[in-house]
Design a protein around this ligand. Structure first.
Ligand code: HEM
Length: 474
């Protein structure tokens, strides 16, 4: 039975409580392991910089836009990824672009970046569309008004997008399904190891990868290796599909002429699977929840999609007509940035806001705090997709909005993810009405990405027939 929550004024989007008072370093570690967000004190929402001193390390959380600019765009080489991040993720990611530094990283980006350039989006668009069609078909049987956990659905959808765009296979493919299952097992097996990757523990602190973590990482890598080996054979035989994997595997480094070998490609595919699916899934789930919380916006998006999607054929240019959907997706990632914090290390002594920062200190960039900073954003905790049209919104977009990071190490999948989120949100709200369930509001918690503590439950009911008959321009 549907409740009458639509008559109540909408509350602010949920935000975790802050930590009250000072705590010992060990208590802080314990809180941090449970949830990065609620372990933090309130003043981080208004501080320009916060220094944390412990007997083992110093860390500096930087909200000052000038510092963010310096670390990410100004002198990124002086703020490499920290060794701690590498150690935590190595069993799964090997030496992937996400954790490499220096010359290796530069070589990897020179090969990867061309695959995600603007023009390539047009080529992957039909595969994204096919994922949306499949998701609408899948959800139809669940759209009966009973509570549905939506994060699991967006996770399935985002992984399907990755498989279709990278390897031209849907998630139902045998290897793809096995890899998705192994990813889920891996995430369950190693949440603590994930946290220790970004937890500012001293260098000597032992980092365990449980046997299960190592086993799931090995399974995932061996499944990926099967995909890349098959693809290498298809490339050699001249019958490989024109997708992202083929593009990456056939692009030589313009400086050295080298292409990725199988091991290097496995490292990269592992990060595409991890970074490309967890993040997009979280962003889409929060966006759908916000649309359920603000039904006027949901109706706006449904109408926009109705007008934008041509009845017979779908074109890449349709994307540019989904302006409201794009604004909603952008605002959802402001309020719930999928990657809440990331860490760099000072490679040399620095001075931040007149304070000496020693070599080796941790430099933390926190989209979570920056995006809700009370001295930068007007009404930071409110949902307002139109804010980016205002002077304040435009200024903050330049200085204080970093869901994809920025500068040299910006997410290479950012344009891909924006297209994916915009398109799929539109397809979903055109097909279904999403309603929130009173008393079951989600509470954000962050481990590696910002998820809901107990899932995001919504009720779905059908609006429109499926997209199955539409043709997409290929
Ligand atoms: C909403 C979706 C996404 C969000 C919010 C997101 C966010 C981010 C952020 C914040 C970083 C930088 C992390 C750091 O510096 O520690 C990053 C890096 C990265 N992302 Fe994404 N990402 C998304 C989707 C994707 C997709 C779809 C792909 C590829 C298929 C991708 C591939 C990568 C890779 C390879 C890196 C490492 C880049 C480097 O270090 O040079 N991401 N992403």
């Amino acid at each position: 039975m549907l409740d009458d929550s639509r008559n109540d004024p909408p509350p602010l989007p949920p935000k975790p409580a802050v930590r009250r008072g000072k705590v010992s370093i060990w208590k802080y570690f314990r809180l941090f392991k449970q949830d990065i967000l609620s372990a933090q004190p309130a003043h981080l929402y208004r501080a320009w910089m916060a220094e944390m001193r412990t007997p083992f390390f110093r860390s500096y959380l930087c909200n000052d836009p000038e510092l963010v600019e310096l670390v990410l765009r100004g002198r990124p080489r002086d703020f490499p990824k920290s060794e701690r991040v590498r150690v935590g993720l190595k069993p799964l990611l090997g030496n992937s672009v996400f954790i490499s530094n220096g010359k290796t990283w530069e070589h990897q980006r020179r090969i990867i970046d061309p695959a995600f350039e603007g023009g390539r989006l047009r080529q992957v668009f039909p595969a994204m569309w096919d994922s949306g069609v499949a998701a609408v078909a899948r959800l139809r049987s669940m759209a009966d008004g009973s509570p549905l956990e939506i994060e699991a659905q967006t996770s399935h959808l985002a992984m399907d997008v990755i498989f279709r765009t990278l390897f031209s296979v849907p998630i139902e493919n045998e290897i793809a399904a096995a890899a998705f299952a192994a990813f889920r097992a891996h995430q369950n097996a190693q949440p603590v190891a994930n946290i220790s990757a970004i937890l500012p523990l001293p260098h000597w602190f032992p980092r365990f990868h449980s046997r299960k973590t190592r086993a799931t990482a090995k399974t995932i890598r061996s499944l990926i290796s099967q995909l890349t080996t098959e693809r290498a054979l298809a490339i050699a035989a001249g019958n490989a599909p024109d997708d992202l994997a083929t593009k990456i595997m056939t692009t030589p480094d313009p400086e050295t002429g080298a292409v990725f070998d199988n091991e290097e490609m496995t490292d990269q595919v592992a990060i595409f699977f991890l970074a490309g699916h967890e993040t997009s899934a979280a962003a889409m789930a929060w966006a759908l929840y916000l649309l359920a919380l603000y039904p006027d916006w949901q109706e706006r998006l449904a109408k926009e999609a109705e007008v934008a999607f041509d009845p017979d054929k779908i074109y890449f240019s349709t994307l540019s007509r989904l302006k409201d959907a794009r604004a909603v997706f952008r605002e959802a990632m402001r309020l719930y940035p999928p990657v809440p914090m990331f860490v760099r290390e000072a490679a040399c002594p620095e001075t931040f806001r007149n304070r000496a920062v020693k070599r080796g200190a941790q430099v933390i960039l926190s989209p979570w705090h920056l995006h809700r900073h009370t001295r930068l954003w007007e009404r930071p905790d409110e949902f307002d997709p139109e804010r980016f049209e205002t002077e304040n919104g435009k200024e903050c977009l330049r200085k204080a909005y970093i869901p994809f990071s920025a500068g040299a190490r910006v997410c290479p999948g950012s344009a891909f993810a924006m297209a994916e989120g915009t398109l799929l949100l539109s397809m979903l709200v055109r097909a279904f009405r999403f309603e929130r369930i009173k008393g079951r509001e989600p509470m954000p918690v962050a481990h590696l990405t910002v998820r809901a503590a107990n899932g995001i439950y919504l009720r779905l009911s059908p609006r429109k027939a499926s997209f199955a008959t539409k043709e997409v321009e290929r």
